[in-house]
Write a protein that binds this ligand. Structure first.
Ligand code: PMP
Length: 313
């Protein structure tokens, strides 16, 4: 087995050596931005496919910009680092890569400026997050989504995820799989780690970008598939909590959660309480696409072991 390897302080090092000091600013104040990138394993093709890495690089750059953080690598260099971390770890299963830009100064003081920034990447094996076949049972959270005037939700800020963690824990301790957070206006924003889409009379409806959501990469993928493969119409508008109860179908999207149907909200069954037909069709195409089974979507993928196969043959 390969030694678990991370990219840390400008080098590829054994994971056990990739340690930060307890005085690190990011650890003390949550002053970091991150991404989650999936590597999806295809056993038949003997390859691991990283999904839409350029989109993730663009988003971490945007998060860093919002937080006034510097990223010392180019997009190409970050893609190369991600690919190299995946390759060196040599996993033959689904994985999750975590790039992060963080305030690396070892100093006390609440601020964003006059501090050093660094970049790291680690990877970990990662199976299903929610159950994509059974669907998720969700509850509206009593924790409201942070507003753009507090901590911008469109930036993946480490410290912001306390908001998500509170919502997730509340939902799970109350016996649900996932939380649905309302924003301060009372409109539906998103799950603790997923965007949300409801289907009403054949139209896919999802909150607009200014309802305090993360601008999801899986969301855009699912909407693209819905439009292109199934000719469905997309609407971006605010959603009321009560609309969720009467939706024909609901699904959630996320790098970790993939495309997961929602079968229940606040103990109200969605549709007939089983995963929706349209949601499952979108999910099927999405799963095929991310595992390299659909040639038309191959440009979304970065194969990790392709070069090795060429060398070996
Ligand atoms: N919202 C939140 C709060 C998230 O953490 C995530 C996961 N990154 C998403 C939505 C889904 O975004 P993506 O599909 O880009 O992973």
């Amino acid at each position: 087995m390969a030694t678990p390897t991370a990219f840390f302080e400008g080098q590829f090092v054994p994971l056990e050596q990739a340690n930060i000091n307890i005085m690190t600013h990011a650890f003390n104040y949550g002053t970091a931005v991150f991404e989650g990138v999936r590597g999806n394993w295809n056993a038949d093709q003997n390859d691991l496919y990283l999904f839409k890495i350029r989109d993730h690089v663009r988003r971490i750059r945007q998060s860093a910009k919002i937080m006034r953080m510097g990223l010392k690598y180019s997009d190409d260099e970050i893609c190369e680092i991600l690919t190299e971390v995946a390759r060196r770890n040599d996993y033959r299963e689904d994985v999750y890569l975590r790039p992060m830009v963080y305030k690396s100064s070892e100093v006390v003081g609440v601020r964003m400026h006059d501090l050093a920034d660094d970049f790291l990447v680690f990877v970990t094996p990662f199976g299903a997050y929610l159950d994509p076949t059974q669907g998720a049972r969700c509850a509206t959270s009593s924790w409201r989504r942070v507003d753009d005037t507090m901590i911008p939700a469109r930036a993946k800020v480490n410290g912001l995820y306390v908001n998500n963690a509170m919502a997730k824990t509340e939902a799970q301790l109350n016996g649900f799989d996932e939380a649905i957070m309302l924003n301060v206006d009372g409109h539906v924003s998103e799950g603790s780690g997923e965007n949300i889409v409801m289907i009403r009379q054949g139209v896919l409806i999802t909150p607009p970008q200014n309802d305090n959501i993360l601008e999801g990469i899986t969301l855009e993928t699912a909407l693209y598939v819905a439009e292109r493969e199934f000719g469905l119409r997309i609407e971006r508008r605010s959603i009321d909590r009560s609309e969720l109860y009467i939706a024909d179908e609901i699904f959630m999207t996320g790098t970790a959660a993939h495309v997961t149907p929602v079968t229940e909200v606040d103990r109200v069954p969605i549709g007939d309480g089983r995963p929706g037909v349209v949601s499952m069709q979108i999910q099927e195409t999405y799963f095929k696409a991310i595992t390299g089974q659909l040639p038309q979507y191959r440009d979304w993928l970065t194969p990790i072991y392709e070069d090795a196969k060429v060398v070996a043959s």
